[in-house]
Design a protein around this ligand. Structure first.
Ligand code: GDP
Length: 297
């Protein structure tokens, strides 16, 4: 199933409640079954789907619901709330930057996910909030990666580091972090390379870069329009490096971002920001309720 269809399928399942004269246990079960199937086909973790189903059933106790109450609305609200809690990736405090300390943040993700663009958006955002960011290009895989970062950083007036000759990304990463630590930068962002698909060489490289710079935060950047690959992709990154938060990009396009549910489930990490365009300021803090509202259309 294309992930963008997820919200539509859930909405349809909820809509079917309006098509019957009486909403009883059997109708609720059929509706939840359809929602669960849609979520499972979108590669949302099986256990989470079972939880959603059980929790909604517990909340919507048919026998106890007062007659005259709009059961459809009660069910809709329960599903909405459960989807929100599915997107709860744990304590958001863990993703915060510390003032007065050196914050090292490593970005990981597949090629084209929007890492370099997002690094700049992230740096720019924190710069406006009083941090002194700097960006390190540890992508030696893609020709032109350093030039791209350089261009973005220059536009945002953020210091950058990279190399045209060094081929070991872990060495560049370490050199860049060392330099910016000495210069008193309190937010050092390490952009890493990607590949078109998940492959062991990439994950080994991520482990080496992480070992070299010892980041406090690892951010997984994911293209919001990717389909059922979301869960496996997020899980693979999470298993290689200690992903603590997720940023979903390209939510300005057609993507409804259903893959976000899978990414959170796979990493047990919160989504902190979303990308809503190619430009520096097209970057928003993630708000679970708004997102679920949009998912359900
Ligand atoms: P990387 O390979 O992961 O570093 O990806 P890039 O940062 O080079 O981005 C790949 C493409 O996606 C570029 O054309 C970006 O302008 C574009 N891009 C990144 N984030 C967004 C976003 O939030 N919305 C849109 N529409 N495009 C984006």
């Amino acid at each position: 199933m294309v992930l963008a269809e997820l919200g539509q399928r859930i909405s349809q399942a909820l809509g079917s409640l309006n098509a019957v004269p009486v909403v009883d246990e059997a109708v609720l079960d059929a509706c939840l079954k359809e929602i669960a199937t849609a979520l499972l086909q979108a590669d949302v973790n099986v256990r989470l789907v079972a939880n959603l189903r059980n929790n909604v059933k517990k909340r919507v106790n048919m026998e106890q619901l007062a007659s005259g109450l709009n059961k459809q609305k009660v069910i809709e609200k329960a599903v909405f709330d459960e989807l929100c809690s599915m997107l709860d990736g744990g304590d958001p405090k863990k993703t915060e930057l510390k003032k007065g300390k050196t914050n090292i943040v490593m970005f990981v993700g597949l090629q084209g996910a929007g890492k370099t663009t997002t690094c700049t958006k992230y740096a720019f955002l924190w710069k406006k909030k009083g941090f002194k960011p700097a960006m390190v290009c540890a992508d030696t895989f893609r020709a032109g990666a350093f030039d791209q970062l350089k261009q973005n950083a220059t536009k945002a007036q953020i210091p950058f580091y990279g190399s045209y000759t060094e081929t070991d990304p872990a060495i560049i990463a370490q050199q860049g972090v060392d330099r910016f630590k000495k210069e008193g930068r309190d937010l050092i962002i390490v952009d890493t390379s990607g590949r078109h698909k998940q492959e062991e060489a990439l994950f080994e490289e991520m482990r080496q870069v992480a070992a070299a710079v010892n980041p406090q935060h690892v951010i997984f950047v994911m293209d919001g329009s990717i389909g059922q690959a979301a869960f496996d992709q997020a899980k693979a990154f999470h298993e290689s490096v200690d992903v603590g938060q997720v940023i979903i990009t390209k939510l300005d396009g057609h993507a409804k971002g259903g893959g976000a549910l899978s990414a959170v489930a796979a990493t047990r990490s919160p989504i902190t920001f979303i990308g809503t365009g190619e430009h520096m300021h097209e970057f928003e803090s993630f708000e679970t309720q708004k997102f679920v509202g949009r998912l359900l259309g």
